[in-house]
Design a protein around this ligand. Structure first.
Ligand SMILES: C[S@@+](CC[C@H](N)C(=O)[O-])C[C@H]1O[C@@H](n2cnc3c(N)ncnc32)[C@H](O)[C@@H]1O
Length: 273
């Protein structure tokens, strides 16, 4: 049986519980995300109590608190202080912040060459979409982009979105971070390049089969999809597994794909147009 949001008391209850929980209340997660997660779980499980547990499990994977966070109050203050001192001080604060989340920490050893190699493939974009951005926009000082590039970042995590907006304002970048579940509401702003780093496998876990229609909906000429090529512990080689995942997702589409390899990350540069 399908449940429409607002019609099922379990949907309301799930949203209320998440909003009040110590684990999530400070994140102000989008209503669309919570509705989607619980509605799909209710459609899948016979017993609402089972669906509530399953929805919690999905939400934990989507938010992934185990990947790390900076102290956002400290971060905002540190950026403000650094802004008065100049760009080198800002870069130091950015490095500290990038280190606080696993996805960006793993990229630090090759930060500058990473973006250089990506833009060698795509050319310098006038507009970038950073999909499920995490703290990646704080790597802007290493991207080699002119300040006129329009940088639109998307995340469900309110403190991250607020931090990125403060950062863009401080350094005078033509950018904005938007608080949005991009799976339920894919961005509609056309761009030359979309970054979609280290999230496509997680989208597939949240909603199997969603990645392909999601990529089709993204209005960008290039979508740069990255995946970890080593596990978090660095022990396991994930490259063959993630190559198979991408082959499955892109199977039958006539998009050109070029793979770029870094120490612990692989980028699939997908040309849609
Ligand atoms: C694994 S991190 C990757 C961060 C970044 N892309 C990087 O590689 O540095 C995933 C990020 O995506 C965000 N996220 C997860 N699902 C999302 C969705 N449906 N819409 C927008 N953001 C999402 C999370 O809040 C988190 O910040």
């Amino acid at each position: 049986m399908k449940h429409k949001p607002g019609e099922n008391p379990w949907v309301e209850q799930f949203i209320r519980q998440v909003r009040q929980s110590a684990k999530y209340r400070h994140l102000d997660l989008p209503e669309t995300l919570l509705q989607d997660v619980i509605t799909r779980a209710l459609a899948r499980y016979e017993k609402p109590a089972q669906a509530m547990v399953a929805a919690r499990r999905v939400l934990h994977q989507v938010v992934a608190p185990y990947l790390g966070d900076p102290d956002y109050t400290w971060a905002l203050q540190a950026l403000e202080v650094a802004a008065d001192k100049g760009m080198e001080a800002i870069r130091q604060v950015c490095l500290e912040l990038l280190r606080s989340h696993a996805s960006t920490r793993e990229r630090l050893p090759f930060l500058k060459t990473f973006y250089q190699r990506l833009f060698e493939v795509t050319g310098l974009p006038e507009t970038i979409l950073d999909l499920a951005c995490g703290l990646n926009p704080l790597a802007w000082p290493w991207m080699g982009l002119p300040p006129t590039t329009r940088y639109l970042a998307f995340d469900i995590h309110r403190p991250r979105v607020a931090l990125i907006n403060a950062f863009f304002q401080r350094i005078g970048v033509e950018g904005e971070a938007l608080h949005q579940d991009i799976l339920v509401q894919p961005p509609r702003i056309p761009a030359e390049v979309a970054f979609f780093f280290k999230e496509i496998h997680r989208f597939e876990e949240r909603q199997p089969g969603c990645a392909r229609p999601f990529l089709e909906a993204i209005p960008a000429r290039w979508v740069l999809i990255s995946l970890p090529s080593r596990s978090l512990s660095r022990r396991r080689d994930l490259l063959p597994f993630h190559q198979r995942l991408m082959t499955r997702i892109l199977n039958g589409l006539d998009w050109e794909v070029q793979e770029l390899y870094f120490e612990n990350e692989v980028v699939f540069c997908v040309r849609k147009e």
